[in-house]
Design a protein around this ligand. Structure first.
Ligand code: PMP
Ligand code: GLN
Length: 383
């Protein structure tokens, strides 16, 4: 088995180190430059002081958080999960992805992932000993789309899991209800498990988030993954979760107990409260990020990039060819020196490196003044 993740550094760590070294504005790794709500931070402090979660919390997560997660799924999407058997708290979505793949896929199994795919998918499919089968999302009419014929053709007798990610990092695309329905129909027809990474569920600016688990025949074959990092702007707390039918959640818990066992004790109490924040919190988060998206997209256009305006997430994918560039890696490595900005080359998220070569991702989860400054610097590229 080739362990192609060994010895490497993730592109996010590499680019954040480059930003730190050069003093460039970091629009590479996706983390907000403003912390989440004060009330949530205070809830964590209170839990620490009250001795809540300072010792190992229960393996599946504290009951308060599991109940809050189940309540969130019911209130938002009409999905009912039993907090005791169908909800599992993990060390961020990252551990949920790892544990799901380790538990459910193995030697001889194929896992279909949408390409460009989040970097940990490839590593974890490899760690599970399974085979990655990418299905490429391609830009058309200014946005990225799934080719359903390609997906159908990628499914074989060895396919075990469809690993979805919607809203999608790095393209910012949201699978349409029609695309999701077609994926669901294929999953049912071919009896596949679906693992769906929905960490950007609350960061949708155009349209609405639709969990695939809500579609007919899907609840029983779907593990849904999410995380507090993006929704509450505390990416360092690493509180994530999985919801799904008992047998699948039990399988994930079995793997998880040997990865971290438990994590983030006091933060679990804080996120249990955060999930019950009033709707105005979620609306403001979305409105602010939409403004930041519009600001950065417009700025990147004036700087000469072709922009694929994201419907969701806090990332925008651009094409650098209008700037006379073709190699996103070389472009990103030189960018701090050329104009003091850091971005991420999308090629790292591809098996088909050529498909991803001219695309570069910028994060807009930064204060508007920071984005303005970055735009001013990027304009130097074409002047
Ligand atoms: N999935 C996707 C698509 C992501 O962009 C990220 C990055 N934050 C994660 C999972 C990991 O989430 P967490 O920080 O909760 O582990
Ligand atoms: N999800 C973040 C991104 O896509 C990075 C998280 C990480 O560094 N692992 O930028």
């Amino acid at each position: 088995m080739t362990k192609d993740w060994l010895g490497g550094t993730t592109i996010f760590a590499e680019m954040s180190a480059l930003a730190a070294r050069t003093g460039a504005i970091n629009l590479g790794q996706g983390f907000p430059d403003t912390d989440g709500p004060e009330a949530v931070r205070e809830a964590a402090v209170r839990a620490l002081r009250d001795g809540k979660g300072n010792q190992y919390p229960p393996g599946p997560g504290i009951p308060e958080l599991r109940t809050a997660i189940a309540g969130h799924q019911r209130l938002r999407y009409g999905l009912t999960y039993d907090p005791d058997t169908e909800v599992l708290v993990t060390a961020g979505a990252t551990e949920a992805i790892a544990a799901a793949l380790l538990a459910l896929a193995g030697q001889g199994d194929e896992v279909i992932a949408l390409e460009p795919y989040y970097d940990s998918y490839a590593a974890c499919i490899g760690m599970a000993g399974a085979t990655r089968v990418p299905v490429t999302l391609r830009p058309r009419d200014g946005a990225y789309h799934l080719d359903l014929d390609e997906l159908r053709d990628a499914i074989t007798d060895r396919t075990r899991i469809l690993l979805l990610n919607t809203p999608h990092n790095p393209t910012g695309t949201v699978l349409t209800p029609a695309e999701l329905a077609a994926v669901a129909a294929l999953a049912v027809e071919r009896d596949l498990l679906v693992v769906t990474d929905e960490v950007y569920e609350h960061l949708v600016y155009d349209g609405a988030h639709l969990p695939i688990a809500t579609l007919p025949g899907m609840r029983e074959r779907t593990l849904t993954i999410s995380s507090a990092g993006k929704t509450f702007s505390f990416t360092g707390w690493k509180v994530g979760w999985v919801t799904g039918p008992p047998a699948l959640v039990t399988a994930v818990r079995s793997a998880k107990q040997f990865l971290t066992y438990v994590s983030a004790g006091p933060f679990q109490y804080a996120i249990a409260e955060a999930l019950q924040l009033p709707q105005t919190y979620f609306d403001t988060l979305r409105t602010d990020l939409r403004t930041q998206r519009d600001l950065l997209c417009a700025g990147l256009e004036t700087a000469g990039f072709e922009v694929y305006r994201p419907a969701a997430t806090y990332f925008v994918t651009t094409d650098i060819r209008p700037l006379g560039e073709t190699d996103g890696f070389a472009f990103c490595r030189a960018l701090p020196e050329r104009c003091g900005v850091v971005a991420v080359p999308n090629a790292v998220f591809y098996d088909h490196q050529k498909e991803g070569a001219p695309f570069v991702r910028f994060a807009f989860c930064k204060r508007p003044a920071v984005l303005e400054e970055a735009i001013g610097r990027l304009r130097r590229l074409s002047s």
